[in-house]
Design a protein around this ligand. Structure first.
Ligand code: MG
Length: 247
């Protein structure tokens, strides 16, 4: 991909968002499927635990719902089968079982290319911010070890902070507030269609990295400003992307 394409993507973003320019100061990272190669384990845990409760969610569909809160995912499936939301106690139980099932899998690896990209972001003097719908404490705890000196507590938005969650812009708007920046001073890195929708709805330039089994087109349809086939590919092009976003 050439730098001219990045310039075009930024020009399109500016005309849609009505911002005068972009002056990058913070990078808002999703966690699962961006920082950790954890999505196959999440999809498997969702499928296994939902089936245990007679609820049908394939592994592939789990990827489509990635980024939603646990309750939202459970209720989408529950409503489809029973025409109403699940009892809050059942939601809590299923999510606890799903977290336990996830924890039975091996520890997810850092996503290839992610440590390198984080390093470049820090070297540019940008603020790294975590914006995840996850309430998976095992993984949140591992962040500090896997990405040391990167995500300061004050710069993290998790399932415990939000009311609506992605695709609502709320988590990314909170991320902006925590970093003390505006939409045109930030960049979102997302791998899920719903996460891309949230970043775009927050008015932020959103880069999609297609690290899962979905067709890349779903990420573009969700509104992604740029699409890379992997975190490594994004990291390899970081310098060119940064040049057009730094203002
Ligand atoms: Mg994700």
């Amino acid at each position: 991909m050439q730098e001219i394409l990045f310039e075009e993507a930024v020009a399109r973003y500016l005309s849609q968002s009505h911002h005068p320019d972009v002056r990058l100061r913070a990078v808002l990272f999703d966690m699962d499927g961006v920082l950790f190669n954890s999505m196959p384990y999440h999809a498997d845990a969702w499928h296994t635990v939902m089936e245990r409760h007679g609820l049908h969610l394939s592994r592939e569909e789990a990827f489509l719902h990635e980024g939603r809160t646990g309750a939202a995912t459970i209720n989408i499936v529950y409503r489809r089968q029973y025409g109403r939301d699940a009892d809050p106690e059942l939601v809590k139980q299923i999510y606890a079982e799903k977290s336990a099932e996830f924890a039975r899998h091996p520890e997810p690896e850092r996503m290839k290319g992610a440590p390198e990209l984080i390093q470049k972001v820090k070297e540019c003097g940008l603020i790294p911010v975590l914006v995840t719908g996850s309430g998976q404490t095992t993984l949140l705890d591992r962040l500090a070890h896997s990405y040391p000196d990167t995500f300061d507590r004050a710069h993290m938005v998790t399932a415990f902070d939000v009311k609506y969650g992605k695709p609502n812009p709320e988590p990314y708007l909170m991320g902006l507030a925590k970093a003390g920046v505006t939409a045109r001073e930030a960049l979102v890195v997302e791998n899920a269609p719903i996460g891309v929708q949230a970043g775009v709805a927050a008015g932020i330039f959103t880069v999609a990295v297609n690290t899962g089994p979905l067709d890349g087109q779903v990420l573009l349809d969700a509104g992604a400003n740029l699409l890379f086939p992997s975190m490594q590919a994004f990291s390899d092009r970081w310098e060119q992307v940064y040049r057009v976003l730094k203002g």
